[in-house]
Ligand binder design. Structure first.
Ligand SMILES: Nc1ncnc2c1ncn2[C@@H]1O[C@H](COP(=O)(O)OP(=O)(O)O)[C@@H](O)[C@H]1O
Ligand SMILES: [Mg+2]
Length: 274
């Protein structure tokens, strides 16, 4: 069986730091997945390995297979996997307009260039996706003058034009207000309903759509656990993951964590009175 990603004994450095150390993980292909863990756990690094933006150390007994293949033409891979991250959001600047951001998705490039041509069919598809996301009116607005929420919708449209099977989202709602966040969530749920696989990194547990039920918990470059959401979203597991006492609540298929007041406040009182 092919996996979205099958990593065996994978070691990845960022600068001098070994971020993933002989890391082994298999992510299923047909299910939507959320990756959680404290800051610095290695979540973005893992996504960059998946997107072939970072490469592991070559070792005899180690491999990274993506969608069943060990070798990929990166441009082809990136057409199969739409990607959105803060890094990408910051890479667009200047007076590139919304439509250009969307069209750049056809070449997985940042911005568009004179030598890149777009046929009528591509422009029509870009227009259709912008209409679906409700951003047609902004298509000529300079990206740098858009709100964060608007920019994020254009990046989603950019990720969708190559009609990828999987969308890889690294903290897609960071900096968005509640309305923009919930709009984004509705769009993501609709995409899942239409058969797209989502791989989501988030700190906001209440933003994990009910359909995303395969969970990976990461800490300090290691897998704490991975598997079914219902089994992993417990007070004990998430308190240990984040090193703080939390209580897990759930409603309508969503989960949320709140501080475990008893543990947290008595600890605070002690430290205040000390
Ligand atoms: N460009 C970089 N150069 C050196 N170290 C980095 C770089 N990017 C990230 N790191 C380090 O790698 C570790 C994992 O980072 P990252 O994958 O971004 O974590 P997360 O997304 O879980 O917050 C962190 O300790 C971070 O300091
Ligand atoms: Mg990150």
């Amino acid at each position: 069986m092919a996996f979205l990603i099958d990593m065996k004994n994978t070691t990845v450095y960022r600068g001098q730091q070994k971020v993933l150390d002989r890391f082994t993980l298999q992510l299923p292909m047909q299910r939507s997945i959320a990756i959680l863990g404290p800051n610095g756990a290695g979540k973005s690094t893992l996504l960059k390995v998946l997107m072939r933006e970072l490469y592991p150390v070559r070792e005899e007994d180690s491999w990274v297979k993506i969608l069943g293949n060990q070798t990929w033409n990166v441009w082809e891979l990136r057409r199969n996997l739409g990607f959105i991250s803060q890094d990408l959001q910051n890479r667009y600047f200047g007076y590139v307009n919304g439509l250009s951001v969307v069209l750049s998705g056809f070449h997985s490039s940042v911005g568009i260039y004179d030598h890149q041509e777009f046929d009528t069919k591509s422009v029509e598809l870009a227009n259709r996706i912008m209409a679906e996301l409700g951003i047609t009116e902004l298509s000529h607005k300079p990206y740098s003058l858009m709100s964060t929420g608007e920019q994020r919708r254009f990046l989603l449209a950019r990720a969708l034009v190559s009609e990828p099977s999987t969308l890889v989202l690294d903290e897609p709602t960071s900096g968005l207000d509640i309305n923009a966040t919930f709009h984004y969530l509705r769009v993501i749920r609709k995409l899942i309903a239409h058969g797209k696989q989502i791989v989501l990194v988030t700190h906001h547990i209440h933003e994990i759509p009910p359909e995303v039920d395969f969970i990976v918990l990461l800490k300090e470059g290691c897998i704490v656990s991975n598997g079914e959401k219902q089994q992993l979203f417990t007070d004990k597991t998430l308190s240990e993951l984040y090193d703080t006492p939390v209580k897990v609540m759930s409603a309508n298929g969503y989960y949320q964590v709140i501080p475990d007041e008893v543990g947290a406040v008595s600890g605070l009182n002690n430290s205040l009175h000390r």
